[in-house]
Design a protein around this ligand. Sequence first.
Ligand code: AP5
Ligand code: MG
Length: 219
Amino acid sequence: MKKLNLLFFGPPGAGKGTIAKEVSKHYNIPHISTGDMLREAVASGSELGKKVKSILDSGQLVPDEIMLDVIKDRLIKEDVKKGFILDGFPRTLPQAEALEKILNELSNPITGIIYFEVDEETIVKRITSRRICPKCGKIYNTITLKPKVDNKCDICGVDLIQRDDDKEEVVRDRYKVYMEKTYPVIEFYKKYNHFFTVDGSGTVEIVTKKVFNILEAIE
Ligand code: AP5
Ligand code: MG
């Protein structure tokens, strides 16, 4: 079986985190979300968290040199050897170039890239109605993926929260930053054989099925 070293690419709110969690469970490979890692650092009050909090709140990108330290520390961990899903990294061309170098040095290169295509209005609607569990990280949506009990996590029972950067004006800024700095990175990845574009605008069930079909084909 081919190793699944995956990169999930796409705008904020495209469903990268939602689908990555399913893929991670199914194939038992780690879901590496740099956004989740940074939010954990903010919540813990670490030096890194203090440095990046205002950047996250404004929807801008954390500088490349900080992100490269974060991702290098994660990619050298033992669990990454069995495969991984990168979500939210890389977001700039220097990050993409550095990632390729790091993974080549580890003899663990990317084997599949999935690009989730979703338009801006769908994104704004999805993100402003997103809720997350502060304990287990499960992602909900007050319109499309409601919890069983209003505003409580199905698994942990704790109150759901809204991300600080999920206000409409910040979401629009994040989308702008994505189009300017991240979207062009697609050109870097089109050279790969296993580059797949998925229409991410369908229901979660439909998009999840499309992704699993692709993964079964490259497995
Ligand atoms: P990050 O956490 O990566 O945020 P993002 O890229 O903006 O992506 P999101 O997490 O908002 O969207 P998603 O695609 O995961 O969607 P989800 O599945 O949750 O980054 C946050 C910040 O950290 C950045 O702004 C930056 O400051 C910093 N950062 C992180 N990485 C960095 C890097 N490499 N370099 C520099 N800075 C970095 O779904 C969204 C909602 O829609 C949910 O409510 C979900 O339930 C719902 N939903 C999902 N799929 C569907 C569907 N098919 N139909 C209907 N609803 C759906
Ligand atoms: Mg996410």
